[in-house]
Write a protein that binds this ligand. Sequence first.
Ligand code: NDP
Length: 504
Amino acid sequence: MKNANRNVIFGLVASLGVFSGCLQSTNQKRGDVNPASITSEALASDSIVPVVVLGGGVAGLTAAIYLAQANIPTLVIEGPKPGGALSQSHAVRNWPGAYNESGLDIVQKIKNHALVCGAKIIQGHVTAVNLRSIPLVFEVDSLVDGKPMSIKAVSCIVAMGAEPNFLNIPGERGADGYWGRGVSNCAVCDGFFFKGKRVIVVGGGDSAVEEAHYLADIAQSVTVVVRKGAFRAKDIRALDRLLARKNITVRYNAQLEEIKGDGSRVTEIRLQKQGAGRIEHETIKADGVFLAIGSHPNTDLFKGQIPLDERGFIILQDHQSTGVPGVFAAGDIADPFFVQAITAAGDGCRAALQVKRYLESTESVLTSSLPQKISERCVRAGVVEIEREEEFKELVQQSKKPVFLDLYANWCFPCKRMVKIVEKLANDFADQVSFVKLDVQKESLDTEKLLASIHGRAVYSVPTFILVKNGREVRRIDGSRDYEILKKIIETMLEDQKNLALVG
Ligand code: NDP
């Protein structure tokens, strides 16, 4: 995406709402597509963004920063929980450079950073994906106005995170719950607040063992509640060391029934224990409860399209690659192990750099068979290329004939597809209409000012075609169209401009 003009490309992103029904049904199997097999036809069929980042958490936003700084137009789709998991943390002490800041503040800074760099962020719920062919297609319901959008992209970074599992017991979450006020699922994040206190760890896996070790170094006492008669943790040495620690107690065959508090903090928990043929209840004084009962990644949409492990996490291949061409993953959705904001950020950075490499390889393949400079061909075909501002006045504003103005950019694949169509139109209407091309990236031209001179608004996507009559814009067509549709629009303009809006 060399020399990409951000404003124009972001305009292209903004016009994505015009796509509809473009989920493709294809027989192509995963792995069939590689950059070398992507056809220009596929990419030229409509407006396509270079990269979509799914997820507005630390991983996705960090990726967006790197992508936007590399001048790659980047669209981030932020889900219903902006900021992702980190935004749930009330006080973060392990983010480099921030000590005791709220997760929300940290994520907001990262988001602002991504926006300042030029990333475009929209709020949407992704309802379907098709990663089996290029372009990749994403069906998204806007969270702003509920409208569905169909977004096409050359590549994507999946960074939709994982949802921690919850016990769903009274006192855990909700208005009367103690989530963030003593109940947590991250000892590394929140353990600091329990210096010298009594804490509960729930779970019998490796995470529970690890959390308990971490907390045992800080808290006065740690009670681990295991719902079965044994731990399931695989790291037996770590487990043995844990069980040998003086301030560790384990309650086997036990489940939390309720977390109680004084309204502002946790004070005790109620346990249900499976005794010899009977159920017992026990109340234990506690200041904090750490849940380590696993998590489930947000990968339902990707089943059958991206390799997932038995728990649904994305299986990564080489450096954030999912093995599906153009599809990379970052953060908790592909990492059940570290689950830290800083590792998610690192993943996001790696994924962005991978996308950059992928787009570079893709672009060279796509452009090799296409005209390198649209203007070189169009001048030959009778379409005049505007080089200087004065020419616009002469060729468009003061033209005696109606004008078909083609706004394009050299990086734009759909624009390249339109070259032949515009040439044919220029040939067919040579006597009646002037065909003029304008490269919106050309530094010597102020496109906005030029369009204002024909009473036209600014251009936000390419290709855009503007019909000009008597020095005024009379019709605008955003995005590529078939020859027949454009022909009809031109014919209607020549007959009666009032009917123009009904065509195309
Ligand atoms: P796991 O799925 O391995 O363990 C979850 C634990 O939570 C189990 O003991 C499970 O009980 C318990 N649990 C689940 N739901 C409930 C419930 N509703 N009430 C009570 N208990 C419940 O998740 P982890 O996060 O521990 O580990 C995930 C993966 O990451 C594993 O593969 C693990 O090995 C790995 N890991 C490795 C580490 C290391 O090697 N240092 C550190 C952390 C993770 P039950 O056993 O009865 O099903």
